[in-house]
Design a protein around this ligand. Structure first.
Ligand SMILES: [Zn+2]
Length: 260
């Protein structure tokens, strides 16, 4: 499918091995993670593994990518790739376990319920993605945000308006140019969906341009934060961070669901 951000088997193995090494050196009780030692290669031996299993998570989410792609493809509606950043969800290092993924989804569903009627036929797939941010003054925090691929009969302006978080952003955390909802046209649907469901944690360090606008460049996430993210994943099922709108997972796979 020529999909970016879908890790190869070798990359998944590296991720898995590094994660287990962090659990081991981080003194994490191995009762909680030793079952992950049996997951390797393209195989995960467990019926339903933890989200911290690189293989089990990918297997399940790749299935979601394939099936939702079929349903978004079948709709003739415009497709958007959307990033929603609500800084009121940001957390201090050490507090990632306080994150309420369901709370983020509930507030998104509330906004979708208040959307114009044309949104009732929208098809949405995405997930909570966790970034680790560092400011120029050295402050660091978790920046959970949403990536969504959306097929809906609406233009980018309407998408921004409908999906904008209701609570105002704290001004000290965001730059002047801060836009809580970024909307891009989808050129490759499979890429957009796969990116929406990616599970690695990206470090982003603040930089300012000459006009004082804030931008971010990648930096290496500290080991302690990596471990904190690993532990967060360990407590979740592979699909817990993923979101579907206008579609649902049934026994036979993902099927359409029209909002009442
Ligand atoms: Zn597994």
């Amino acid at each position: 499918m020529k999909v970016q951000k879908v890790l190869s088997e070798e990359e998944l193995s590296r991720l898995h091995v590094a994660r287990l090494a962090r659990f081991a050196s981080g003194d994490v009780n191995d009762q909680n993670w030793k079952h992950l030692k049996r997951c390797h290669g393209s195989e995960c031996p467990h019926q339903a593994c933890s989200a911290a299993c690189a293989f089990g998570e990918r297997k399940e989410l790749n299935r979601v990518v394939r099936q939702t792609r079929r349903l978004l493809d079948a709709s003739a509606m415009p497709r958007h790739f959307v990033t929603i950043i609500d800084p009121t969800c940001f957390l201090k290092p050490g507090h990632l376990s306080d994150l309420s993924v369901n709370g983020m989804f509930q507030s998104l569903r509330r906004r979708l319920r208040e959307a114009p009627d044309s949104w009732k036929s929208a098809r949405i797939v995405g997930a909570v993605d966790i970034a680790y941010d560092r400011d120029a003054d050295g402050r660091e925090w978790w920046a959970p945000h949403l990536h969504l691929a959306i097929a809906v009969d609406a233009d980018a302006k309407e998408v921004r308006r409908v999906l904008k978080p209701r609570r105002p952003a704290p001004p000290d955390l965001v730059g002047r140019k801060f836009r809580p909802v970024k909307v891009k046209r989808v050129t490759s649907l499979a890429n957009a969906i796969a990116y929406s469901l990616k599970s690695t944690v990206d470090g982003r360090e603040a930089i300012w341009d000459r006009r004082g606008n804030k931008d971010r460049r990648p930096f290496r996430v500290p080991e302690a934060a990596q471990l904190e993210h690993d532990l967060w994943m360990l407590g979740m099922r592979p699909r817990d961070r993923s979101f579907l709108g206008g579609m649902m997972v049934s026994k036979g796979g993902v099927v359409p669901r029209r909002r009442p």
